[in-house]
Write a protein that binds this ligand. Structure first.
Ligand code: TXA
Ligand code: MG
Length: 339
């Protein structure tokens, strides 16, 4: 009996090792291309966050994304293209105002919803009539997109509801042994997801705030685009679901006017000058040391990952001023603290 248990254990371990694949990290574009062409997944870097990518025209491959992320099927995916022209054969129209915005901000962290044609598989859009498209800026990803003749479907490379990854190490935390290749693109410069826009009654609206600010879009179109993600409760975009981006550790908002003693059982993420006096404490991290919004965005997820891994009892995060990219950072902070 004892012997039987021992050998069954060995058998189970070898089976687990057999099922677990080895996750390679590298900059081999040809390898990623082959994987994608064979209907497999690969993780790729973008300028915003790392993405879990599949051939965007291969429904079976896209199915694997939903399974691996544990993501509900009613949460559609963004298609990534190497240039704006290629998008035209997948949409019914590209309204002029959106086309001009695209010219201004692509390649870059902006996603546009356009009426899809039937070349786009329904699984990409969860059956919705519009498809989300973007031309990303990350150099190594652009080289890959230039090599393939299909768009890349790619959500952020995290398990559903967890913090998005901005480094290879973050991706490994979620998917080591579960995917065969991570294309290494170093850190994601912008650090938070793309802004999602679309057209309603001929007006540009923002569905998810992100790395392209509302102010910059307003400058381009001559009016302030409405934020449809604030009051609207239906999860049109995943960024609208309040429990998104949440660390495991309970997170709370803390502002400079809260006069409380810091506690070494808690982790802190600060932004403003009044907190600089704590900068030497090991449990205190700053999103920026010169109140720079872009830098804060680029560091937010990284510091959240770091503190979450240290198993503090609680994490306190300071909001930024509600302007420019500060607004998008605050949106992510509010979601992390909404649980
Ligand atoms: O920066 C980014 O946008 C990153 C990188 C990898 O490109 N991608 C990303 O994808 O954030 P994801 O899937 O984590 O979030 C995109 C959200 C989806 O959750 C979905 O709710 C919304 O965009 N979305 C996608 N297609 C849509 C559609 N057809 N209609 C409405 N919302 C859509
Ligand atoms: Mg995501």
């Amino acid at each position: 009996m004892k012997n039987f248990n021992y050998s069954s254990l060995i058998l189970i371990f070898s089976l687990i090792n057999f099922v677990r694949m080895k996750t390679e990290v590298g900059r081999d574009i040809t390898k990623v291309k082959q994987l994608l062409e064979n209907g497999e997944l690969a993780v790729v870097p973008t300028e915003t966050v790392y993405g879990l990518a599949a051939n965007g025209l291969d429904s079976n491959a896209i199915e694997k994304i939903f399974q691996l992320k544990n993501r509900p099927k009613n949460n559609p995916l963004i298609l990534h293209f190497s240039n704006k022209n290629d998008i035209l054969s997948y949409v019914k129209e590209f309204p002029e105002v959106l086309s001009k915005i695209a010219d201004q901000f692509w390649p870059g962290p902006l996603t546009i919803l356009l009426p899809k044609n039937n070349k786009v598989p329904n699984i990409v859009t969860s059956g919705l009539s519009r498809v989300a498209v973007r031309v990303p800026k990350k150099k190594i990803l652009m080289s890959l997109l230039n090599e393939i003749n299909f768009p890349l479907a790619a959500p952020s490379a995290n398990l559903y509801g967890k913090i998005s990854p901005t480094t290879v190490a973050h991706v490994q935390k979620y998917f080591d042994g579960k995917i065969s290749y991570i294309l290494d693109g170093d850190e994601c410069e912008a650090g938070i997801e793309s802004t999602i826009i679309g057209l309603e009654n001929n007006k540009v609206v923002i569905y998810r705030s992100g790395s392209t600010s509302q102010e910059l879009i307003a400058e381009q179109i001559g009016y302030i685009p409405e934020n449809k993600f604030i009051e609207n409760n239906t999860p049109l975009a995943s960024g609208m679901v309040p429990y998104h981006y949440a660390p495991e550790t309970p997170c709370y908002i803390m502002n400079a006017e809260f006069k409380v003693e810091l506690n070494d059982r808690f982790g802190y993420i600060f932004f403003s000058k009044p907190f600089y006096k704590y900068k030497n404490l090991p449990n205190v991290h700053f999103l920026s040391m010169n109140e720079n919004y872009e830098e804060a965005a680029s560091k937010l997820y990284q510091i959240m990952h770091l503190l979450d891994d240290l198993n503090f009892e609680k994490i306190f995060i300071e909001l930024l001023p509600d302007e420019e990219i500060g607004k998008a950072v605050n949106d992510k902070i509010r979601k992390a603290t909404a649980k």
